[in-house]
Design a protein around this ligand. Structure first.
Ligand code: SAH
Length: 355
């Protein structure tokens, strides 16, 4: 295929927000020189149409690394006896929010393993206290699979958004990355329940996870078309030495960047982070992600003392810094991109009214 044909395909994707499988495959796999740059340029035009040059920041609080699940790729899986477990108290979490607010964060993302200590009652209390102290901020949860009535209670308590990556839309691939006790059908049902309740919902996949093929990625893109999530989180798979997949090769920045551009064209208004995993696999990964269509950054707000313990994968960046350092560093990094950090809740354009 030549560059002209590929340009036509990109243009068609932008216009129709749909393609045939073979066309998606061509956009994913073609390595003609300059083509990724062209896709990135198109993605930037779309991103700037809806979001200008602003980059939303979300303060990520990794509040527990206890997890009842045993995902084969994840460093905080229950079977990893080397993981040093921790759990932040409500006071510690509120202190992170306080510090984050002063730094300009207007969204707090509570992420953790599936920790049964955090019952609906405790989470409800936590969400209500954050909302009481910071009524102008959004609370995003990223705490895995729960039942619909639990999601509904947390929404009623004030949670605005929910991140739950689907990890892979291909069933056999999902089963190869997870123990038999986990079910893809349940995870996908969770995403539909969250949508139904009224959350701004984020799904997403790891890029280059062991066994992933172009056909898996096409299924992922089709799943995004179907779910129409408000947010999509993608990042390269990075092996964690103490997991069963600790020796598998990592995913690449190149494929992640290309997917970011394709996702921007497929879902023009989506909130799309340039993730920490992308910044880990490539020192300029986050800047490149923003220049490929991403419009969100999620700096770490967790207390420095626990950062290294939330080791989903090896060599994670920013585990030594204070939150303020991370924000200053990102601000500087952004200056090379022409974008700037924006102090705002940064809701999806379809959700502009505060609850
Ligand atoms: N327990 C929550 C949060 C999981 S951690 C949940 O189930 O949603 C957040 C994300 O980190 C996961 O969804 C996964 O996509 C990613 N992740 C986990 N291990 C990883 C690895 N080894 N490399 C890259 N990303 C990883």
């Amino acid at each position: 295929m030549n560059n002209k044909t590929l340009s036509c395909l990109a243009e068609k994707l932008e216009r129709k927000r749909d393609l045939q499988d073979e066309e998606f495959a061509a956009l994913l796999e073609e390595d003609l020189p300059g083509f990724s740059q062209e896709l990135a340029r198109r993605a930037r035009v779309v991103r700037e149409k809806y979001y200008g040059k602003g980059v939303y920041i979300r303060g990520l609080i990794e509040f527990t690394n206890y997890c009842r699940n045993n995902c084969l790729y994840c460093g905080i899986r229950r079977g990893n006896e080397k993981a040093q477990r921790y759990r932040l108290s409500q006071e510690e979490i509120l202190a992170c929010c306080e510090e984050g607010y002063a730094l300009g964060f207007r969204t707090f993302v509570l992420q953790g393993g599936e920790d049964s200590y955090f019952t609906d009652d405790r989470l409800e209390q936590l969400i209500q206290s954050i909302k009481k102290s910071h009524p102008d901020c959004a609370v995003t949860l990223s705490i895995g699979e729960r039942e619909k009535d639990s999601y509904a209670r947390l929404f009623a308590a004030g949670a605005d958004r929910y991140l739950l990556r689907h990890e892979t839309a291909d069933r056999a691939h999902y089963e190869s990355l997870h123990p038999a006790e986990m079910s893809q059908a349940h995870r996908l049902q969770c995403l539909r329940d969250l949508k139904d309740i009224g959350y701004q919902v984020g799904c997403g996949m790891m890029v280059g996870s062991p066994g992933q093929t172009a056909a898996c990625l096409i299924k992922d893109l089709r799943f995004l078309q179907e779910l129409q999530p408000e947010m999509v989180g993608i990042g390269p798979f990075i092996p964690q030495a103490d997991t069963p997949l600790g020796h598998a090769p990592a995913g690449t920045a190149e494929l992640t960047l290309r997917l970011l551009s394709l996702i921007r064209l497929l879902l023009p208004k989506v909130l799309l982070p340039a993730t920490t995993a992308l910044g880990t696999i490539d020192p300029q990964g986050r800047e490149k992600g923003l220049l490929s269509g991403a419009n969100v950054l999620m700096p770490n707000l967790s207390p420095a003392s626990v950062r290294k313990k939330y080791a989903l994968y090896d060599n994670k960046i920013c585990t030594g810094d204070e939150a303020a350092q991370c924000v200053a560093c990102l601000g500087q990094r952004l200056s090379s991109t022409g974008y700037h950090l924006e102090i705002a809740r940064g809701d999806h354009p379809g959700f502009q009214t505060i609850k």
